[in-house]
Design a protein around this ligand. Sequence first.
Ligand SMILES: [Zn+2]
Length: 378
Amino acid sequence: MKFKTEGASMPILQSQFVWRSLELNKLLCSKLTLRACAALPRRLDRVWSHSIVHACKMSTRPENLDLFVKNSDTAKVKILKQKMEPLGINLDDSYLPGKYQNLYCPKCKGGQSVERSLSFHIIPDGTLAMWRCFRTACGWAGQAFADDREFHLRVGENVKSYRQMTEKSLGLEPLGPELIAYFNDRLISEKTLKRNAVMQMSGNQTIIAFTYKQNGVLVGCKYRTMEKRFWQEKGTDKTLYGIDDISDAAEIIIVEGEIDKLSLEEAGLQNCVSVPGGAPGKVSSKELPPIEKDTAYPYIWKCREYLDKAACIILATDNDPPGQALAAELTRRLGRERCCQVHWPKKDALNSFKDANEVLKYLGPAALKSIIENAKLH
Ligand SMILES: [Zn+2]
C-alpha cells in the first residue's frame, strides 16, 4: 500500500521519526548540545533538531510502525545502502528504514575508545539517509538522497556537497585508438583496460581517465596526460584503485600507480590495488600520528576493512627513494609481520628495473609474476 498524498503520510512519518529517536535520546541530549546543533549546516540542522526536540516528548511506540516499515520503498533503501558503501558506512542486510543504528565512524573509527559513535538513520519512506558522528573531535555528518540529488557532507567546519557521479556526468568516453595504442605499447591489453573501466576524457584522445570504483559504483576519477601530469576529480576522497579486486583476498599486492596495477593483471595477478598517488620524499622520523590526523595516508584507514582481511601484503612500489619510502610507510601502518617487499631485478650492470610495468615490458608477464611471488620468500 502506498500513501496517497504526502499530507496524509506526514503525521505517521513524524511519529515514527520520533519513536525511533528515543533510542538515541540519551546520546543526543548529552552529546549534541544546542550549540553544536546551531553549528550544523541548515539542512542537517533541521533534520537533527527535529529528532531531538520530538525525542524528548514521545515515549511510546507508534502502532503503525510495522505498517510503515513494510511500506518503505525497498528499492530506494537499496540505492541508499549502495551510496553509503563508498563512504565507508556499511549497513547489514537486516537494517530497516526508520531505525537508528550506531555504527563505527569511517572517519575517526570511534577514536581511542573505538566506540560506535556514528548514528545512522534512513527515514521510513526510504528517500533520505542521514548520519552524524557524536565524537566532538570528529563530528562527521551528512545526508544522502535516494534520487540523484546532491550529498551534503560535513567534516569539521566544512560542508561539502557533491553529486553521485557517473561516467556520463564526468564526461568520460571509451578509449580511442590513440590511447589504446599507448597502452598496447606498455603491454596492457584492451581486455584489461575494459575490465578496469579505463576511459578517456570526452573529445580528448590524450587524457586517460582511471575510474575508481567501489562495489561497482564510481567514487572517483584520476586523470593522466601523456606528459605524466596527474589530477583528481574534484570533491572525491582518495581511495585505493581497484579495491573491488581485493574484497575477499587473503593475499594482496599494493603498487604505486594505476598502470602497475594493470601490469600485474597482465601477469595474471588480479588481487592488486594501487595507492591513489603520491609517494613521500622520505620516511617520516616521527611517531605514527593518530588515525584522524594521518593526513598523508587516509586511504589506508578508509580501506582498512578490506586490508584487515589480508594475511599477507606484498608491496611492489617503485624502485626509487620515494617508492621505497612509500613501502616503509605502508609497512608501519599495515604491520611488519604481514608485509613483504618486492625487490626489482637488475636491468643492467648499474640499474635495476623501475616498476612493475617496466618488468612486464622487458621481461614479460611470467617473469613479473614470479618476481612478485618470490617476494614472500624473503
Ligand atoms: Zn567520527
